[in-house]
Design a protein around this ligand. Structure first.
Ligand SMILES: *Cc1c(COP(=O)(O)O)cnc(C)c1O
Length: 594
């Protein structure tokens, strides 16, 4: 009955720049953090001996405000850390420039269905003994410039390992880097190996040892999305040749060179220099990990094309079923499929649920969402009307406005096939002008379509809004530019609540889609690297319109029982599989125990 962190016998350390655990804790910005939180919850359910590490953000990501015309402004989030977490006594420090930055950590326990706990430690540099710049490093998530980010990654990677040691975690056999932000942890492990051997320099054997302990999950299907820092920043962060890693004769840059040179297949430093001599965190993580994976089968393939020199596997993402199933469906599952929380596979039994009860649970979720719409915007949406949901980070490739390509066509569809309404949400990164433009375009369309296709945009997309919107709509829309959606997870949340997807065949939907059974595709399957020709947005908008008009709306309004069959398939086929319980089991067998 290990239900407390009494046991420091943990085997897996999971590192993530963001982790979403509670709506009121602004420790995440979007999908990466939500996945991390869901991973930890599933690990707790499975009693996997894991411990997790992230950074504390005292100002969070940001609170989104939207003007009349959809212009976004950002405000820091106010929250009291001590209301949610407990401060630990352990202390550690990392070298930054010529300073020793002291760090402490706060513990947040994540409890599983069998009361097993996975502790999450949030690192905090806001201590009076630190310089102002250093104290602010645990201030904002994805804020500041690239140098600020590098310093944050020093805290996460190097500081994370050091605080785990200070807390007494000495049995860890795997270090899981959730995206490249944590890659510097591998350098700290290298320093430890050398020290253990009584040496002051790194050898090939150290690299092999460290590699056998590291697992790396990449999330980004485009080279531009990978964190990289000018080499010059590294010499600035670690100016003293002897300070970094406490090694006498290894400067950070020398060490990196050695690491990268030891990797025979690495393009080499000359080439790295020609490319602008930057440290690519993804390359660093790739060269120091024994197991590397993409987050869906399609994304694994895209990643192998990007990094042909390393073997890259795929473990498709999931969501935490107990968290993302709305209360009405939780009660329904508890009654008919009582084992579903501890054994998500049993959700396949959703095929046997009484259809009228599925519909009743769905209507409760829909009413709850429309109540959120009313309180947030004052608008009264009709629950009888077919409702489409789209909530995501507002950024170019997600193409939130694809469905708005032809407003006349939308008016026509509503007239011919039946009325529908659209509920939007999503934040744009403060520096993403393109993402902000998309929100403004949605506001513009909202005005133009007011009389025929009601549209609403809910501000400040977060876990709570996410839960309401993915469970309360009738259809989940997903229109990324192929192959840029590494996985996508909100459609999985929808599936658990019996909400089918209409989506481009990208990310997880390549695996989750069975036409007319679990939902519908927009356009045809594609192959990654198929000449790298971007898909045609206009063609895809047309494909979306014809499926909505010719297939989905008629099914919803005229063949409700067949629509309900699709809803039940979404739960039974996709909800039972695209969850973090299955995902963490795969990580365990493929990566942690290997
Ligand atoms: C689920 C979720 C995401 C990620 O959704 P994607 O479909 O993977 O983009 C982002 N933000 C919030 C608040 C979420 O709940």
């Amino acid at each position: 009955m290990a239900n407390h962190v009494d046991s420091t016998k943990r085997l897996v350390a999971y590192f993530s720049m963001e982790i979403a655990l509670e709506n009121a804790m602004p420790t995440y910005s979007g999908g990466l953090g939500v996945l991390a939180g869901d991973t930890i919850r599933a690990a707790a359910d499975l009693r996997l001996p894991m411990v997790a590490v992230s950074l504390l953000y005292r100002k969070g990501y940001f609170t989104q405000r939207l003007a009349e015309d959809g212009t976004q402004t950002e405000e820091p989030v106010e929250w009291r850390v001590e209301d949610f977490m407990v401060e630990e006594q352990a202390r550690a420090s990392v070298p930054i420039e010529n300073r020793r930055v002291e760090i402490r950590c706060w513990r947040y326990p994540v409890k599983g269905v069998r009361s097993f706990e996975v502790p999450v430690y949030f690192l905090d540099a806001d201590l009076p003994s630190n310089a102002e710049f250093d104290r602010n490093l645990t201030g904002t998530l994805y804020g500041g410039d690239s140098y600020y980010r590098l310093c944050q990654e020093v805290l996460l990677g190097i500081g994370g390992v050091r605080i785990l040691r200070a807390l007494g975690y000495n049995d860890l056999t795997r270090y899981h880097m959730n995206e490249g932000h944590a890659a510097l942890l591998a350098l700290e492990l290298l320093g430890e190996e050398a020290q253990k051997a009584g040496r002051t320099s790194i050898r090939g054997a150290d690299i092999e040892k460290v590699r056998s302990k590291c697992v790396f999950t990449t999330h980004t299907p485009v080279p531009a999305g990978h964190d990289r820092f000018p080499m010059e920043y590294l010499t600035r962060v670690f100016p003293k040749q002897t300070e970094f890693l406490d090694l006498k004769d290894a400067s950070s840059v020398d060490l990196l060179k050695r690491v990268l040179q030891a990797e025979q297949n690495f393009p080499g430093l000359e080439e790295a220099a020609r490319r602008g001599a930057s440290l690519n965190m993804t390359q660093l993580a790739l060269s120091l990990s024994t197991y590397v994976n993409g987050v869906a089968k399609q994304h694994g393939e895209t990643s192998r094309q990007m990094f042909p020199e390393v073997p890259i596997e795929a473990i498709t993402n999931g969501v935490h079923a107990g968290t993302w199933t709305c209360p009405a469906f939780q009660q329904l599952f508890d009654r008919y499929i009582p084992s579903w929380r501890a054994d998500n596979y049993s959700l396949r039994g959703a095929l046997g649920l009484p259809a009228e009860e599925v519909w009743a649970a769905h209507l409760i979720a829909k009413h709850e969402l429309l109540e959120v719409v009313r309180t947030k915007t004052g608008l009264k949406f009709d629950p009888e009307i077919f409702t489409i949901g789209f909530a995501r980070r507002a950024t170019g490739y997600k193409r939130a406005d694809l469905i708005l390509a032809d407003l006349d066509r939308l008016r026509q569809i509503a007239k011919n096939a039946g009325p529908f309404q659209i509920i939007y949400a999503g934040k744009a990164h403060p520096n993403d002008g393109g993402g902000k433009d998309i929100i403004r375009r949605i506001f513009h369309a909202k005005k133009a379509l007011r009389k025929t296709v009601p549209i609403v945009f809910l501000d400040d997309y977060n876990l709570e809004v996410g839960g309401k919107i993915t469970s309360g709509v009738d259809l989940w829309l997903n229109t990324p530019q192929f192959p840029l959606e590494a996985s996508g997870t909100s459609g999985m949340k929808a599936a658990l609540n019996g909400v089918p997807s209409l989506s481009i065949l990208d990310g997880w939907w390549v695996e989750g889609h069975i036409e007319g059974v679990t939902g519908w595709s927009i356009g045809e399957p594609r192959r990654a690297g198929g000449g790298n020709v971007p898909t045609d947005s206009q063609e895809e908008a047309e494909a979306l319109y014809s499926k909505l008009e010719g297939v989905i709306l008629p099914l919803y309004y005229n063949e409700r029982s067949r629509f309900l069959e699709v809803m039940q398939h979404a739960i039974a086929i996709n909800g039972s599989f695209f969850n973090t319980q299955r995902m963490v089991q795969q990580y365990t067998t493929d990566a942690y125990l290997r």
